[in-house]
Design a protein around this ligand. Structure first.
Ligand SMILES: *Cc1c(COP(=O)(O)O)cnc(C)c1O
Length: 499
């Protein structure tokens, strides 16, 4: 009895759709004694109803490239010295050829390599879950669904891109990949992928979290990665900072400079990035492609699609395939990105060419930015503290296909506690923003009596972020006052281009 019910939750889906379908088929129960038969089948149906039939979907065979369907293409990245559009070969010291191709392609669909699909099977297809208990708690007529990406070995959506990035590097003979990480979500996803494909992995982790958050560092080390606190004495950029301030707590910008320096200096070493770039958003579209089929299977159409945005990859991963359907006139959902009030790049930033890193080494990208040396307050959602937004999301936002809202962290954690106590999952600090926006919308529905269908991106669990919950539960979490002056100051340092 137990086995089919486990499959029906979708949390254990290492089998092809066909296999799961067979396991789930009620005809299997015909041989069962009649007193068991009815309850088994009906329990199965109820569970599947919560979970929107994971058996209806297999893992997508292709990633979706939204650029193909945009009549106005996004502006190109520019070389930081010449201000001319970056050529693919400019990127080859840092990235393997296939990823550069994906970065610039106008093709609509890109085949996912079989080896990558084989790894995706460890946690994909991911469950789509109806949050019935949260609906009840909020007393709302809205129907709330969440697509849960926290079941990957590293605990978030980031493995959807770390796996193909490492695989393409391995195919090109690259032996070592390097990256930066803040709290360690991205570093751990990359270390996991490297352990599977036999590449070496070196991570520069921002000193402050290296010291304060040992668990993700230990995950990286368990998967065999070498982890440096950043600033480190193994790079010139790190040494320079340490000379000025031996106790520097580091920053993401410094850590990027260190990783990029090592990749640029070594022929067998490449650099990986966990968000922002087109190819990263592309890989994440497995989330939305699966979800479209899961929603179709239960006859639901989303009225609202909500996700949190740091660099924008989990949000794009869920939303872009639905935006394709929206552009095709098939559906017309409101699509809402949620950012922290402490780092509001879409709602308060400017749309301009700016650097991706603090030191100004990366190409200039046209994006919503708070300025490349904007340092946000230390909110708990570390993954949402990036100064910019993915250029492709910024472009889609300018075209008016989506909206954005900023929410303060105490409201987010209040929502997270409600979510944890009704749905069970303890969310990472980042998706608490999506939860808070979802709760706002669900409460609006309670006012108006509308039964909207809300689809939310639940991109990771918070098992390594419990100190944030401790702060909230003790009542010591605060909303840091938002400073217009600070933003004005950093915006003044954005390069002035005549465009
Ligand atoms: C990294 C991370 C984010 C922020 O990155 P996006 O590219 O905006 O998705 C959000 N949530 C989790 C759980 C993360 O690990």
């Amino acid at each position: 009895m137990a086995q089919p019910l486990i499959f029906s939750t979708g949390l254990c889906s290492n089998f092809s759709g066909e296999g799961v379908e067979k396991r789930l088929s009620c005809s299997k129960w015909k041989k069962t004694p009649s007193h068991l038969k009815l309850s088994s089948c009906s329990r199965l149906n109820i569970t599947a109803g919560y979970n929107a039939h994971p058996q209806a979907t297999d893992i997508p065979r292709q990633w979706y490239n939204l650029i193909a369907d945009l009549s106005i293409k996004p502006p190109p990245p520019l070389h930081p010295q010449t201000f001319q559009p970056v050529k693919p070969e400019d990127l080859s010291p840092l990235f393997p050829e296939e990823l550069i191709k994906q970065e610039v392609t106008n093709d609509r669909f890109i085949d996912i390599p079989d080896e990558v699909i084989d790894v995706y099977r460890l946690w994909r297809p991911t469950p789509l879950i109806r949050a019935k208990r949260l609906e009840k708690l909020l007393d709302t007529p809205a129907r709330i669904y969440y697509k849960y990406e926290g079941g990957s070995p590293a605990g978030s959506h980031k493995a959807n891109t770390s796996v193909p990035q490492v695989w393409y590097n391995g195919q090109q003979g690259v032996k070592n990949v390097v990256t930066e990480t803040g709290a360690g979500q991205w570093g751990s996803a990359l270390a996991f992928a490297c352990s599977l494909f036999g590449l070496d992995c070196e991570v520069w982790q921002v000193r402050a979290s290296y010291d304060q958050k040992p668990y993700r560092r230990l995950m990286m080390q368990t998967w065999g990665a070498k982890v440096h606190p950043s600033p480190s004495d193994v790079t010139q950029s790190g040494q320079k900072i340490l000379q000025l301030d031996p106790l520097s707590p580091g920053s993401l910008g410094i850590a990027i400079s260190e990783a990029v320096e090592v990749a640029a200096a070594n022929a067998d070493t490449k650099y990986c990035l966990g968000s922002v770039l087109n190819h990263v958003l592309l890989h994440q579209t497995v989330i939305g492609e699966e979800c479209i089929k899961q929603m179709e299977a239960i006859g639901e159409t989303p009225d609202l699609i909500i996700g949190c945005t740091g660099g924008g990859s989990n949000f794009a991963g869920l939303a872009f395939p639905f935006i394709r359907e929206k552009l095709g006139g098939k559906i017309n959902p409101h699509i809402i990105a949620v950012e922290p009030t402490a780092c509001p790049s879409l709602t308060k930033g400017v749309y301009a060419y700016d650097f991706g890193d603090t030191a100004g080494m990366t190409p200039l990208m046209k994006m919503h930015t708070l300025g490349h040396d904007f340092i946000p307050d230390p909110i708990h959602a570390g993954g949402l503290r990036y100064h910019g937004m993915a250029p492709l999301i910024s472009h889609v936002y300018e075209l008016g296909y989506m909206e954005a809202v900023a929410i303060p962290q105490t409201e987010c954690f209040q929502g997270a506690i409600q979510f944890a106590r009704s749905e069970g999952l303890i969310p990472a600090p980042e998706p608490t923003h999506a939860i808070a926006a979802t709760i706002r919308e669900a409460l609006k529905c309670r006012e108006t009596g509308e039964s909207k269908v809300i689809l939310m991106a639940m991109c990771g669990h918070g098992h390594f972020d419990l100190p944030a919950y401790e702060k909230y539960l003790q009542g010591s979490m605060v909303d840091l006052s938002f400073s217009e002056d600070k933003i004005r100051e950093s915006l003044a340092k954005i390069p002035q281009l005549v465009s």
